[in-house]
Design a protein around this ligand. Structure first.
Ligand code: NAD
Length: 310
């Protein structure tokens, strides 16, 4: 099928990996993004006649009502992402993550399919193995706003909600605030990393595997609609300390395990990915492979402070 696809937030970390993959399948792709960061990661896409870029905001009612009906599939990624970013501007975060999603939701028809980029931060503290049926108990504004948006979008029978593990790896719009990327960058550039809550169990997925999960979803959307899926792999649950050991194997960095500091989302859980695996999706890229590519790439990134003479 030659789908016409709208990707909101497509200029971001996940979008800039996903959009070239959609184009390479021959789909027509429009990115709608208000460019909170920039669009540099999409520059190579402009060469494609199937690519369109719209600079705009998902909260803009007239824009969303005029463009949404044109698409077979909407991949909704636009958001203020992560608890630190949400905490630094709570009103903006709520308005984009919840009101923006509501605005998209009310303009959908039942012929369209919407994929929602949701998150494991919806779960909060979980003692047992976390499945899609585990009650949601989000603890940060990021988690509560994504949970509310997910609920709104799932009211459309055409919604497929993907609760992602924490992403890692290289993207044209690189994020260094993600746990593995952050630790690896500090290990290479500073030579030391301070780590709190070292025993906390987290769950990870390479950004290329996130992009693949959308291609998988497009191929299987008729059987996947009106459902939530944890997106990651049973083999990718690791403690923070295990991640540090993998980085130590590849660098000379010193790791200090600190008694202070905490994750506002309290993510310390093992997540089950049985539901998506039973349908035939699993991840392909290991943490080790992601670390190797990042360590290579970090040689081209400098830390510059305008207030340092160095
Ligand atoms: N990266 C992860 O580990 C991860 C994990 C779980 C869920 N997610 C979800 O996946 C989605 C994408 O995450 P990402 O890592 O690519 O984040 P990102 O911050 O790199 O990208 C978000 C994009 O949304 C755009 N945007 C923000 N507000 C907008 C608005 N009002 N209108 C239009 N565009 C807007 C930004 O300009 C940016 O390009 C988010 O919804 C996030 O909650 C990401």
């Amino acid at each position: 099928m030659n789908y016409n696809i709208l990707v909101t937030g497509g200029a971001g970390y996940i979008g800039t990996v996903l959009v070239p993959q959609l184009l390479s399948r021959g789909y027509k792709v429009t990115v709608l993004d208000n460019l909170l960061h920039n669009a540099d990661g999409l520059i190579s896409c402009f060469r494609s006649k199937n690519f369109t870029f719209v600079k705009g905001d998902i909260r803009d009612e007239s824009l969303i009502s005029s463009i949404t009906p044109k698409y077979d599939i909407i991949i909704h990624l636009a958001a203020i992402v992560g608890y630190p970013a949400c905490r630094s501007n709570p009103d903006l975060a709520y308005s984009i993550n919840v009101s923006g999603s509501k605005n998209i939701s009310k303009n959908l028809s039942k012929e369209q399919t919407i994929f929602f980029g949701s998150t494991g931060s919806n779960y909060g503290i979980v003692k047992e193995i976390c499945t899609e049926e585990t009650p949601l108990n989000p603890l940060s504004l990021y988690g509560t706003s994504k949970t509310e948006a997910e609920e709104i979008l799932l009211n459309n029978n055409s919604c497929i909600a993907y609760r992602f593990a924490t992403a890692f790896g290289i993207s044209p719009r690189l994020r260094l605030d993600l746990l593995i990327n952050d630790f690896a960058f500090k290990a290479i550039k500073q030579g030391y990393v301070v780590v709190y809550e070292k025993h906390f169990r987290r769950t990870f997925i390479h950004v290329e595997d996130i992009a693949r999960s959308f291609l998988f979803g497009i191929d299987n959307m008729d059987s996947m609609r009106s459902n939530v899926y944890n997106i990651g792999s049973n083999k990718m649950n690791h403690t923070k300390e295990e991640i540090c050991e993998l980085i130590k194997d590849r660098t000379n960095a010193y790791f200090h395990y600190a008694a202070i500091g905490e994750d506002s989302d309290k993510r310390d859980y093992i997540v089950s990915y049985d539901k998506i695996q039973k349908l035939g999706f699993d991840t392909e890229i290991t943490v080790e492979e992601g670390l190797d590519e990042m360590i290579k790439c970090f040689s081209i990134i400098d830390i510059n402070s305008p207030y340092s003479n160095v």
